[in-house]
Design a protein around this ligand. Sequence first.
Ligand SMILES: Cc1cc2nc3c(=O)[nH]c(=O)nc-3n(C[C@H](O)[C@H](O)[C@H](O)COP(=O)(O)OP(=O)(O)OC[C@H]3O[C@@H](n4cnc5c(N)ncnc54)[C@H](O)[C@@H]3O)c2cc1C
Length: 480
Amino acid sequence: MTTRAIWFRRDLRLNDHTAISKALEHADDEDEILLFFHIHPDLNEEFTARHDYFFQTLKAFVEDAEEKGLAVHFIIGKTSDAFTHLVEKHDVEAVYYNRDESGFGLKRDNEVNKCLKESDVHVFSYVDHHMHGAKEVTKKTGGYYKVFTPYYKQWKQLQKPAVQKVDHERLSQLTIDKRDEFKNGYKAYQNLISKTTREFDKVGENDALDHFYDFLDEAIYEYEKDRDFPAVDGTSRMSRFLRTGAISIRTVYHLIHDQVDYRKNTEGVETYISELAWRDFYNMIYHFYPNAGDEEMVEKYQGLPWNYDEDLFDQWKEGRTGFPIIDAAMRQMNETGWMHNRLRMAVASFLTKDLLMDWRAGERYFAEQLIDYDAASNIGGWQWAASTGTDPVPYFRVFNPTRQSERFDPHGRFIKEWVPELIDVEKKYIHEPAKMSEEDQKQAGCIIGKDYPEPMVDHKTMRVRAIEMFKNEKEAESSS
Ligand SMILES: Cc1cc2nc3c(=O)[nH]c(=O)nc-3n(C[C@H](O)[C@H](O)[C@H](O)COP(=O)(O)OP(=O)(O)OC[C@H]3O[C@@H](n4cnc5c(N)ncnc54)[C@H](O)[C@@H]3O)c2cc1C
């Protein structure tokens, strides 16, 4: 008899799960399976929105498992200590998990692999969080892609992994319940859950699947048309479920192919799939460029003289810039933990090009606020907007926040939802309320400088300064 342990991490689900599926495949009928989650002592720090969302998902996962008669165990302590204790005390001979390919997760995996190997435990780890792992889409000539278009061309051609079916009946036959021996772990888990303060409307595997079916019903066909308009519910909002692993990326992909009616307009479907590939692309980039969170990927921009003014940063963070679309976006994120992609691009561009502030500060602020925070995608998105990453927006194409607002929130519906002080401002002023006359301000009940701020910068001036900043750096580099 062999005890096989399955380690859950950012894959909080019981369907289409490679580690579970492989453990069942390797097990014979006398074997035992032990399901567990590791709680590190560092988790006692203050929780941000993503911690709350993650641990609420963990709770939903534990409850789903219990309903299926499956016990989830919790181990506690520093990584090596906790794993060594687990395998020695409970005679675990094999550990299964879905691996991370970058950042903190990769470092942790390496530490676990080392300590398990020292204890003579077999380790089986799999690419599961992404459709294609970091090393699966590489140039024929060797090396990795730095530009998305050729990467995507190859990504599309590769055969997609099948759904990793989980036989729940067999899983419950083999899964053991030793929770009596893991009481401290369970207390630590309860403590984590009690520390979460925010409530979320959709959490966990069942909600993820229902939510995605809803998106497939109609919105996916309109995705191409609607996805840039924050007032329209035109994107899938699947990022939080993909981040926590409440749904597998394979399930998402294969459901699209099974459910979509190809007689309808499928342009939206193709665009949607390409967005899923961006997620893989940034995972690959972060794998091959592990310092991407700290330094500009384009070397010549590593010395850019960013601004670090705390007051400007606070105005941006709190949504008090005087640019309604930027303020609406920041307030939405601060309150809900999610921001529309078009607006992530706009606010990141505003911070780096209109305020000339360091993209790292923005990246870290997003990490504190987003419930779908994913280091690879966030760093990729920030370095894209700051024009310092792989395949970024060119530094001379600076987003104009007012034009973005006019194009993507033409009626100001999104702005009015999140910036209530502008609710009675006429449509013709909604993108630039500071242009209202004193009379108009009185009529709208919004006095500029009192109820709503003046624009904190002049976009035209800052655009020129941003372009100069990049140009100077480029010239300094070529003359050195
Ligand atoms: C500055 C900046 C920061 C970002 N930070 C994150 C982050 O921390 N976590 C995160 O998941 N995404 C991040 N993104 C990417 C994107 O904004 C979100 O994935 C998207 O807004 C999530 O909403 P959705 O699920 O409705 O997306 P949809 O438009 O419905 O897209 C479907 C899925 O495709 C993936 N996807 C879409 N666009 C991108 C993209 N540009 N890069 C990577 N994956 C993408 C996501 O998994 C998303 O859920 C960031 C983008 C920018 C510009």
